[in-house]
Design a protein around this ligand. Structure first.
Ligand SMILES: [Fe+2]
Ligand SMILES: [Fe+2]
Length: 245
């Protein structure tokens, strides 16, 4: 298992592990992101079984002891399966997440106490990097779900939103909505909740310059249009499902 490293923005790295055995024949990519700064932050850890590949890739970018924050969108093995392995390898690191994740799950499951964040709370990483935590309950799944927005670069770490299959390039400005809907048809991974469309469209008000997908490329095209199109399509699917009852 190999983990590729790409710098997708100044000081922001995409550590990408491709798993051809997942959803064949296209396979699935699992991305972990490093935000450099005086207090380096990791977004996602990858699965526990990916820890050797991901941690050795990370060690090429910084000594693990320097890692200060471990964040992720929701509690699931690809998002945080290696959380405790990273906490053990990085004694100065803390897990941070929204209050729901910390209260419900992480206060029990993490080796060290997590740092809870309120909706909209910012951690200043130093070096011009600031990450804002945004609650997105149930979106795309899990009541503890949230996303992270790095304000200096305008990068929205949007986790499983826009998930697509395949081994995408690190950066793209091609359409990401069509491939995301194809993956939704394949996996059915999203919660069709009354707030789904609104929550996704609201992320567009951040006017991100980049959407960093966990399973796919980092998108540098019209992010607002993509978020609106995805939110609208989920709303359409919800109405269709309700109307069919
Ligand atoms: Fe997930
Ligand atoms: Fe994921």
């Amino acid at each position: 298992m190999d983990t590729a490293i790409d710098e997708i923005s100044d000081g922001i790295y995409r550590l990408s592990t491709y798993a051809p055995q997942v959803a064949p024949p296209a396979g699935l990519t699992y991305n972990v992101f490093l935000v450099r700064g005086d207090e380096p932050l990791l977004f996602h850890t990858g699965k526990r079984g990916m820890f050797p590949a991901v941690s050795s890739a990370l060690a090429r970018l910084l000594p693990l002891e320097r890692l200060r924050w471990i964040a992720f969108g929701h509690y699931e093995s690809d998002e945080c399966g290696a959380m405790n392995e990273f906490l053990a390898a990085a004694p100065n690191a803390e897990v941070t997440h929204g209050r729901t994740a910390c209260r419900v799950t992480l206060s029990d499951m993490a080796l060290r106490a997590p740092r809870p964040l309120a909706d909209g709370e910012v951690i200043d990483l130093g070096g011009g990097r600031c990450v804002r935590y945004i609650d997105t309950p149930h979106i795309p799944h899990g009541w503890e779900a949230g996303v992270l927005y790095e304000e200096g670069s305008g990068t929205l770490f949007c986790g499983d939103l826009f998930t697509q299959t395949g081994n995408a390039p690190a950066l793209t400005s091609d359409d990401i909505v069509g491939p995301a809907l194809a993956a939704e048809d394949l996996f059915g991974f999203s919660s069709l909740h009354p707030s789904t469309g609104r929550t996704i469209r609201r992320l567009g008000t951040l006017e991100p310059r980049m959407l960093a997908l966990m399973h796919g490329p980092a998108f540098t095209g019209d992010t607002g249009a993509a978020l609106h199109a995805l939110g609208d399509e989920y709303d359409r699917r919800i109405r269709t499902a309700l109307d069919s009852d």
